[in-house]
Ligand binder design. Structure first.
Ligand SMILES: [Zn+2]
Length: 340
């Protein structure tokens, strides 16, 4: 069904009218008992009681039964990853094996990866009926997230390598994610940088802004904050002119004093625009079709294998609680016009 059919419009009108009450209910029921709303990447861990989440299993099964009923005002997990490495030293680290298990769980439970920009633009057209969108985000552009070997192939134990291998096994689970870059992304320099960025873009991934030097933006003057965002935006535009960064993940989860700096700024070669802003914590994102959705303040769920992935408010904690509250795509999902 196309965007302009009467059926679609009627349905969207209904959803818009129903949005505030239903989504507010979802938000209320997904909050933990004593959850702080915002955590900080590289900062202290939220202090809610540790959930007893089950360990990820390794066997995924595609959904073969009838799709669940559509629920397009349900919540969407936006997952936040940092360092992927064999040696886990802290709460922002994850082993490749744990990341594989994470994908297995997401697939088994009917999630379908999209990018942040798709969520921000309310374009969920890629999400099949009965599936739930999930956004895989990666901050700090560390080498474990993406690397090419000497033959130009993606290193298997990197995040993208794992996602591509998973897509080979399960073609209905696309290897797409949003990578939030700093200077010298993935430990690269010189001509390696545009090569890597083009590779990621060609693979269907989003190149996002995480600022040039990863500063605490609150400590900067407006012009300095614009420079931090604009220089990184220019790096991406130089590599992939057709895909400028349009979303930003806040370093340390901290806003600049003037929030308007996030939406647009700079001039000349460092001019930039952002349509979406990613926070650091700490819960699922409201439906983009609901009134409480704010593309300039998108909450995220932390992912980590530190201490067996049993830390506070991590992915398993939330996914265990989402089955009756999550977004489920309908048959003509996607055709929403952005709401004022
Ligand atoms: Zn960061």
């Amino acid at each position: 069904m196309s965007a302009g059919t009467p059926g679609t419009l009627h349905r969207r009108t209904f959803l818009a009218l129903a949005a505030s009450a239903v989504v507010a209910g979802c938000n209320d029921t997904t909050q933990p008992d004593a959850a702080p709303v915002v955590a900080k990447d590289h900062g202290p861990v939220p202090s809610a009681p540790a959930p007893k989440a089950p360990a990820p299993t390794t066997q995924a099964k595609p959904l073969t039964s009838r799709p669940p009923a559509p629920s397009e005002l349900g919540v969407i997990p936006v997952l936040m990853h940092h360092r992927l490495a064999a040696n886990v030293n802290g709460e922002y680290d994850m082993t490749p094996a744990f990341f594989r298990a994470e994908l297995e769980r997401l697939y088994r439970e009917g999630y379908h990866p999209i990018r942040t920009i798709d969520l921000v633009r309310r374009d969920l057209s890629a999400v099949p009926e009965g599936k739930t969108p999930v956004v895989l985000t990666f901050d700090d552009s560390t080498p474990g997230q993406f690397a090419l070997d000497k033959s130009g192939r993606v290193v298997p134990d990197t995040a993208l390598g794992i996602m591509l291998a998973f897509q080979t096994r399960y073609p209905d689970f696309p290897a797409v994610g949003s990578f939030y870059l700093n200077r010298s992304p993935f430990g690269l320099s010189g001509a390696e940088v545009p090569r890597a960025l083009r590779y990621l873009n060609d693979a269907g991934c989003e190149l996002g802004n995480h600022t040039w030097d990863h500063p605490n933006l609150r400590h900067l003057e407006t012009a300095e904050a614009e420079s931090e965002i604009g220089r990184l935006a220019a790096m991406i535009t130089a590599a992939v002119p057709a895909a400028p960064a349009r979303t930003i993940a806040l370093p340390l989860g901290v806003h600049p004093r003037d929030h308007r700096v996030l939406a647009a700024g700079g001039r000349g070669g460092t001019a930039y625009k952002n349509e979406g802003v990613l926070l650091v914590g700490a819960g699922p994102c409201p439906s983009p079709y609901g009134k409480s959705f704010d593309p300039m303040a998108i909450p995220r769920i932390r992912c980590s294998s530190y201490q067996g992935g049993q830390g506070n408010l991590l992915m398993d904690y939330w996914l265990d609680r989402l089955p009756r509250q999550k977004f489920v795509a309908g048959s003509n999902n996607s055709k929403v016009v952005a709401q004022g």
